[in-house]
Design a protein around this ligand. Structure first.
Ligand code: IVH
Length: 697
């Protein structure tokens, strides 16, 4: 090829490669395979290497980055790069609307509409194009001056090096200013962390950290290896656009990748729907988002609203509820469970996480307190692990004042004074959830300590233990005796009116009304509430007995397998172990419980007071979910969790509490927890609530 031909070929290759970049990143279309595209790039690379005079700044080969820099140059933004105010609730949003409405005319107020964007969790950049070519790219910096990261940004395929020309009449502006977000998708994030782990290097906490770290690399080759992505979200150059939505259309036509999920919303109702939808479906996105950005759609109104401090009045970040927050430990109090287990619980300064106020978080055991290194008075990071359970993730000793107090586990039961005994935890129930959650971000090993032991009060007559077993017995998922709360149980126990749960059925109105401040009417109501619950299903009865390690699901399986309490009491160790989720530890707990004389007496007493235990074996009709195991995670929107479980069981499906390779479906609701991550790791099919509803039809 002569020089002219080479020049032409290079030009064509560049155009073709750029064309496919545009199709892939901007229009979501892939017309040639990755390998075919790689091979075109290779040809271009070889030609340019031999003919360096033909290398231009917009060539796709320039994306791999040039020489490492010594330091970043500073760049002054043509216009201040602002940040956004946050809203965390619909009320915050209404307040925002009220604030801005005051500054608008009646007509403007009434016609107010919005453009909603996904708020990508990455870092903001500004791109400046001169005569159609990317000239500089900068970080936000302090909003006025940023760092020149052009070489690094050039490695991102989603950023055009040369503007597209949307039509022949289009005049490329001499200067174009665009802003957007650079981010890393979740898959890339996991890949990078896998490599870090293999090399024994610390793991990154989230994709944003990698994106930010990669953009501020002095060696663009490192940036290039990170496969960053980018979305444009603001156009500062005037093309006569009237709305923010139009800006996005223009950006797309110029070759920028914009987020296809962004949406015009004509009023707040639509804005709230958009927010709710993405709050529920963010897990399905390839990248992390932490909320939505709501922008006043009319650009004139947006301008008129102006800027307050460092934020424009005309846009707001409507964040999703926080998954983690910081608060203080006001006290650490030990709790005595019905099996005697002693658990330290942190009493927290109230804090709202994922939309719920949290005041208590378990510290699990002594080892966990040591591992976290928490003291009373400490500021801590708290999250909601798994599904909804408050979980202390980390203490912030940097914020100590010196007034914090060390917590020591008691040697004696705070309720009955018995010396506490130490036993190994048997089912892993004491594994701190935070170990598992943080396992994902790598700041902890997630391994259970070998010495982890539970402190127990060995006194079966311990008042606190008794009270807990009564509470368990009357709870909604057991005998469901509404109106019989912990305070009344306290008083009944105090007066010696009840010693075991069967005694409840012997209570008479007079017993209760003699209690101080107990009105006759409420005594009558309480007694009838108790008497109405004499009939109970076998599974609930088994669960109510409070056998160690027998939860609701195991109780259901036991009921289905044995059909009566007598048969269950006679079951052999082997028979028990043949049941779903029942291993030697659970089987031993069951066998031990039935062999104890006091429990035999209790069962006889239940019979005597007239408790009627019934069981219906699963109907064999319409068992379309037979053999399928489901795990539910997160908050379901239309079905109560119990109802969902019930319906799955009715159709023959099984419910399990933890994800394993034997799980068939993980149903992910709102704010799904670590179970979802595990499902992904194990390649278990994940379905949402709608898909579940369809299955249950
Ligand atoms: S701003 C006129 N849109 O959030 C307002 N910011 O701004 C134009 N961010 O650090 C829209 N995604 O980097 C806007 N779709 C989005 C965004 C977004 C993420 C970031 C931005 C900045 C912070 C506040």
């Amino acid at each position: 090829m002569i020089k002219r031909e080479i020049h032409e070929r290079i030009g064509k290759l560049k155009n073709l490669i750029n064309r496919h970049r545009y199709l892939y990143h901007v229009l979501d279309r892939q017309e040639i395979s990755d390998s075919a595209l790689d091979s075109l790039k290779k040809e271009l690379f070889d030609l340019e290497e031999k003919n360096p005079e033909f290398v231009t700044s917009d060539s796709p080969t320039q994306r791999v980055g040039g020489k490492p820099l010594k330091e970043f140059k500073k760049i002054k933004h043509p216009d201040k790069m602002l940040s956004l105010n946050d809203a965390f609730s619909e009320q915050d949003m209404q307040d925002w609307q009220e604030r801005i409405s005051k500054l608008l005319s009646k007509k403007e107020r009434e016609g107010l509409d919005f453009y909603c964007e996904l708020k990508l969790d990455g870092l903001a950049v500004e791109l400046i194009y001169k005569n159609g070519f990317l000239e500089t790219g900068a970080t936000r910096g302090d909003g006025i001056i940023g760092e020149d990261v052009t070489q690094n940004l050039k490695t991102i395929e989603a950023i055009p090096l040369k503007l597209e020309v949307p039509s022949s009449k289009f005049q490329v502006p001499s200067k174009l200013v665009v802003r957007g977000e650079v981010f890393l998708d979740k898959k890339e994030f996991e890949e990078i962390n896998k490599v870090q782990q293999k090399q024994g290097l610390p793991l990154y906490a989230n994709p944003r950290n990698i994106a930010a770290g990669s953009i501020r690399q002095l060696d663009p080759k490192i940036t290039a290896s990170r496969h960053l992505d980018s979305n444009a979200y603001d156009l500062l150059t005037n093309f006569g656009q009237i709305t923010h939505e139009e800006k996005h259309k223009i950006l797309k036509a110029l070759g920028f990748k914009i987020n296809k999920n962004n949406k015009y919303c004509k009023n707040f109702k639509e804005v709230f729907e958009f927010h709710k939808f993405w709050q529920n479906n963010r897990e399905k996105l390839p990248c992390e988002i932490d909320g939505i950005v709501v922008v006043v759609n009319n650009n004139n109104i947006f301008e008129k609203l102006g800027v307050v401090g460092k934020t424009p009045r005309g846009a707001i970040a409507f964040k999703f509820p926080l998954r983690q927050a910081t608060t203080q430990i006001e006290d650490i109090v030990v709790q005595i469970g019905r099996t005697g287990a002693i658990t330290p619980v942190a009493h927290l300064k109230p804090i709202n996480i994922s939309g719920t106020t949290i005041t208590r978080a378990t510290l699990h055991n002594e080892d966990e307190i040591k591992r976290l290194g928490v003291k009373i008075g400490d500021t801590i990071i708290v999250g909601r692990a798994g599904d909804v359970i408050p979980d202390i993730i980390k203490a912030l000793p940097e914020l100590r004042t010196g007034k914090e107090k060390e917590f020591k586990m008691p040697k004696n039961c705070p309720s009955c004074g018995f010396e506490l005994s130490r036993s190994r935890s048997d089912r892993g129930s004491a594994t701190p959830i935070s170990s598992r959650v943080l396992d994902r971000v790598g700041t902890k090993s997630g391994k259970k300590s070998e010495t982890e032991a539970l402190l127990r009060c060995p006194n079966p007559k311990c008042f606190a233990r008794q009270k807990k077993s009564f509470c368990h017995f009357v709870s909604r998922v057991a005998f469901d005796m509404r109106g019989l709360g912990p305070k009344i149980i306290d008083r009944l126990l105090d007066e010696g009116l009840i010693q075991d749960p069967a005694d409840l059925f012997n209570l008479k109105e007079g017993d209760v009304s003699q209690l101080e401040r107990f009105a006759e009417k409420s005594a009558e109501n309480l007694i009838s509430a108790i008497q109405n619950k004499k009939e109970i299903s076998l599974s609930k009865f088994i669960y109510a007995l409070g056998i160690r390690n027998v939860g609701e699901e195991t109780a259901k399986d036991l009921a289905d397998k044995f059909g009566s309490i007598k048969k269950l009491g006679k079951a052999s160790f082997d028979e028990l172990q043949r049941i779903n989720d029942v291993g030697p530890i659970v089987a031993k707990s069951i066998a031990d419980w039935f062999s104890e004389a006091k429990n035999k007496k209790l069962l006889a007493k239940f019979e005597k007071v007239g408790t009627k235990i019934h069981h219906q074996f699963k109907k064999l009709k319409n068992q379309k979910l037979i053999g399928k195991t489901f795990v539910l995670t997160g908050i379901l929107q239309t079905l109560a969790r119990e109802t969902a479980k019930e319906k799955i069981r009715e159709l023959g499906g099984e419910i399990s509490e933890s994800v394993s390779k034997n799980t068939n479906f993980v149903v992910a609701g709102l704010e799904p927890g670590s179970k979802l991550q595990k499902a992904k790791r194990l390649n278990v099919k994940i379905i949402d609530e709608h898909e579940l509803l369809a299955m249950l039809k």
